[in-house]
Design a protein around this ligand. Structure first.
Ligand code: DGL
Length: 270
């Protein structure tokens, strides 16, 4: 016998399905941490594509294809919505993904330039991101919106995400790499640094050490998590569960070390 579900029953069943989150690697775990803070009762599937990382130095076409593939993998596992926890994939593919899956809650992440630019009267803001994010039209438009209100320095950081992928979050080598990258900006009256790549919050301590305690560091993880909660609530898809949800890690590298790194990044103090 075939029992038909009414719309309410269907939504209620869907609300119990997991939230899908993906990134080019382990960086999006910085967004996952924020998602868990605002929606602790949800179940999450986190897909890291470390085998194909970095995305930020690939072609637009490649990043689009990889992003579509990640979305499909998560949807096949029943994801009720998607968080693109990668600034690079967001700038390259989120608009197209929304066209492919109308009605599906899809939230991306972009550099948190707004709070940094509005922090005070004409602040000096350094935006660290991948080469692709900085080149994309989406970022140019974002910059154009705040150019009158802030002095903005976009800084592509090829090579930085690789440290985080290797689990290196505070070595001397990382310090030297960042010191060299940031030195030209240390003579500017910097007020804030925007971490425009989801891997960079894991290197925050070293970045702060180099730019100094008076510089405020912003990242878009918390705003993205709140936006996803709003979108799920609007669709009636927030989990009705009253107990803590689960996190399932998947990674295209699928090695023991990779999955251990995911757990470490999820729980460490940053
Ligand atoms: N975590 C990614 C981002 O937020 C990109 C890192 C990469 O794959 O280059 O942009």
């Amino acid at each position: 016998m075939c029992v038909m579900e009414n719309t309410d029953q269907l939504t209620e069943r869907k609300a119990r399905q997991p939230v899908g989150v993906f990134d080019s690697g382990v960086g999006g775990i910085s967004v996952l941490r924020e998602l868990i803070k605002v929606m602790p009762n949800e179940d999450y599937i986190y897909l890291g594509d470390s085998k194909n990382a970095p995305y930020g130095t690939k072609s637009l076409e490649q990043v689009r294809e990889l992003s579509f593939h990640n979305a499909q993998v998560l949807l096949e596992q029943g994801a009720k919505g998607l968080v693109v926890a990668c600034n690079t994939a967001t700038s390259a593919a989120v608009r197209l993904m929304r066209g492919m899956y109308p009605g599906l809650p899809i939230v991306g992440i972009e550099p948190a330039l707004k709070p940094a630019a509005l922090q005070k009267e004409h602040p000096h803001v350094l935006v660290m991101a991948t080469p692709m994010t900085v080149q994309q039209e989406k970022f140019r438009q974002l910059m154009a919106r705040y150019e009158d209100r802030a002095q903005i320095y976009p800084l592509p950081c090829p090579g930085l995400m690789e440290f985080v992928e290797a689990g290196d979050l505070e070595s001397e080598r990382l310090y030297d790499f960042l010191r060299e990258l940031l030195t030209p900006y240390l003579t500017k009256p910097l007020d804030s640094v925007v971490l425009g790549c989801t891997h960079y919050p894991f290197a925050r301590k070293v970045i702060q050490q180099i730019v100094g305690e008076n510089v405020t560091i912003f990242d878009g993880g918390a705003g993205t998590a709140r936006e996803m909660r709003r979108r799920l609530a609007a669709a009636g898809l927030l989990s009705p569960s009253e107990t803590a949800g689960t996190v399932t890690f998947e990674n295209s590298l699928a090695t023991e070390e990779e999955l251990e790194l995911c757990q470490r990044l999820l729980h460490m103090d940053i």
